[in-house]
Design a protein around this ligand. Structure first.
Ligand code: URA
Ligand code: URA
Length: 257
């Protein structure tokens, strides 16, 4: 084969990759660093997230604050009544989270999609089916772990969550994490990893290692299962990531001998 046709193949592969990424994550955009929050206390000390102009959201009472929830059920109630968690898509259903409330491993994706919105449960569409297989490959059932998303409502056209939407949703997710107290968090995909680690680094630099997250919680990131559906070449790396995750899980929990 001539060099020329190698070049063509490479360009075709690169174009296809970019097309798939754009499909998955929306058109490319630079993260909004002007809004970047540097310190977790910024999130926690702003119990009244900014409500976009033009909404007639009611002022919130103290008992609406996620920090006031003593249990997951209380947090669920607060979330059900919280317009703060909504995107600009109307009529969506809350997708709170699912699984074992005492899980040592928590999985965090990006945002509900069509099926998730319909069923009120995270990762139940095609990406969810693949996630179940990935979990099975490291001997977990869905019910063993806890699964949630950065956003608890579906964004229109599955676009990337806006920085402003993530900021509004995070205090609720942080409270959820505090109540579940996992030892490990696995971020599924770039949006989840970059949001929780507060970085703009690409997935290839974030994956396959453990990042300190909170006291007693380590965080790993891997590719989003939807990315694997479109680009099976990412499966090998994901496989390596979850093997390492399982190993660490066993070390931290004393499971598996
Ligand atoms: N993708 C996500 O990030 N989360 C879901 O719940 C489903 C698909
Ligand atoms: N590219 C990323 O950065 N993350 C994914 O999950 C998939 C592709």
């Amino acid at each position: 084969m001539s060099d020329n046709s190698d070049d063509h193949n490479l360009i075709r592969t690169a174009k296809e990759f970019l097309r798939l990424e754009a499909e998955l994550y929306g058109r490319f955009q630079m993260p909004d660093i002007s809004k970047k929050i540097n310190d977790e206390s910024d999130y926690l000390s702003s119990p009244e997230p900014d409500i976009p102009d033009g909404t007639d959201a009611k002022p919130r009472s103290k008992s609406d604050l996620p920090e006031s929830a003593k249990t997951l059920d209380e947090l669920l109630d607060i979330c059900l009544n919280s317009d703060v968690l909504r995107t600009d898509l109307t009529g969506t259903r809350l997708v709170f989270g699912t699984g074992n409330p005492d899980a040592d491993l928590m999985l965090i994706g990006e945002a509900p999609g069509f099926q998730e919105d319909k069923q009120g449960e995270p990762f139940v569409g095609p990406a969810g089916q693949l996630l179940n297989k990935i979990l099975a490959a490291i001997s977990f059932h869905r019910q063993d772990v806890y699964i949630a998303n950065i956003l608890k409502h579906r964004p229109p056209n599955n676009r990337d969550p806006l920085p402003e939407e993530r900021d509004r949703s995070l205090p609720y997710l942080f409270r959820q994490i505090e109540l579940i107290k996992p030892k490990l968090i696995l971020c599924l995909g770039r949006v989840s990893a970059q949001t929780l680690l507060r970085t703009d680094e690409p997935m290839k630099d974030l994956r396959c290692r453990f990042h300190p997250f909170r006291e007693g919680i380590e965080l790993m990131a891997t590719f989003h299962p939807a990315a694997l559906l479109r680009n099976p070449a990412l499966k090998r790396a994901t496989w390596e990531d979850v093997q390492l995750l399982r190993k660490r899980y066993n070390e931290l929990t004393g499971e598996g001998g």
